[in-house]
Design a protein. Structure first.
Length: 289
């Protein structure tokens, strides 16, 4: 009997020891790559070649307040000569041919506002390497602008479809439903103020798309792929234990531009002032943990 009790006691001690030695604490999650958006009205205003530019003579402009934005493509490029599509593609949005030609499927788009997260993916899905540049194909912007209507200064909501082509069924603009049910070319826009809506189309090729790598890595006309350079590069080793956060800061410095009929710096569509540009005016990416 004593032998049986001794064996039972030793068995209990052995089990207890194994339980104490086993590490049941939660394991850390795998690190992620997090992409965030930022919109800066004080950031330098650039032209298509990535050079500083002023508002064109005969036009006026204002810096909108961006509520949300969508991108359809994000790529990290190792060097200035990396051709579009040959870098590390970390995001591609949904596309469709429902409207005829291939187009961005607006109904399935991802959105983010100022200082909000647009994309989170495991870092294990990103190839190890050093990246100097980021390319972002913009698809949609929504924000508020000021207009002059019947002598009154009012604020309205502007939806700008800046992607190469967008398939849209309908969308909600500040409580008003805009029905489209088809493809729309780059530069299609809709505006809502005081419950009234209107639509329009910016001229073909008028949307500014800053690309400082125009000479070494050109982009197709109308693609809306904005390019920006990391100040100190982005390095992915594959051994990260913490998240990497890439903040994409877009310039909205006088990014909404129109032709002036009355030279007063106020957008007055009722007298024939026409939207000519809604493109973002530059991209500065930064890296943090």
């Amino acid at each position: 009997m004593k032998v049986i009790k001794l064996i039972a006691l030793l068995s209990f001690v052995f089990v207890l020891s194994c339980s104490e030695d086993r590490d049941d604490s939660p394991q850390p999650d795998s690190p992620n790559l997090i992409i965030k958006f930022k919109f800066d009205a004080t950031q330098e205003r650039l032209g298509n070649l990535g050079e500083p530019v002023s508002v064109a003579t005969g036009n006026a402009a204002q810096s909108p307040s961006i509520n949300r934005m969508s991108a359809n493509y994000i790529e990290f490029a190792p060097t200035a000569t990396t051709a579009l599509g040959t870098g590390e593609i970390i995001f591609e949005g949904d596309e469709t041919t429902t409207g005829g030609a291939q187009a961005i499927n607006f109904q399935n788009a991802n959105f983010a506002g100022h200082d909000e997260t647009f994309l989170t993916i495991p870092l294990s899905q990103v190839s190890s390497g050093n990246y100097e540049w980021v390319r972002v194909s913009l698809a949609y912007q929504e924000g508020t602008i000021d207009i002059l209507s019947n002598g009154q200064d009012i604020t309205g909501t502007l939806a700008s479809f800046v992607g190469y082509k967008s398939y849209i069924t309908s969308f909600n603009l500040n409580g008003s439903t805009i029905e489209v049910n088809g493809n729309q070319a780059q530069g299609f826009w809709a505006f809502e103020a005081l419950g009234f809506t209107t639509q329009g189309q910016a001229p073909e090729g008028a949307t500014t798309v800053p690309n400082p790598l125009f000479n070494s890595s050109p982009i197709p006309q109308g693609s809306c792929v904005v390019t920006g350079q990391f100040e100190n590069g982005l390095t992915v080793t594959g051994d990260e234990t913490e998240n990497i956060v890439v903040t994409l800061s877009f310039s909205i410095n006088n990014s909404f531009e129109w032709t002036e009929v009355t030279t007063d710096g106020k957008y007055e569509p009722e007298i024939g002032e026409q939207v000519v540009d809604m493109g973002l005016r530059g991209l500065i990416p930064s890296v943090s943990n």
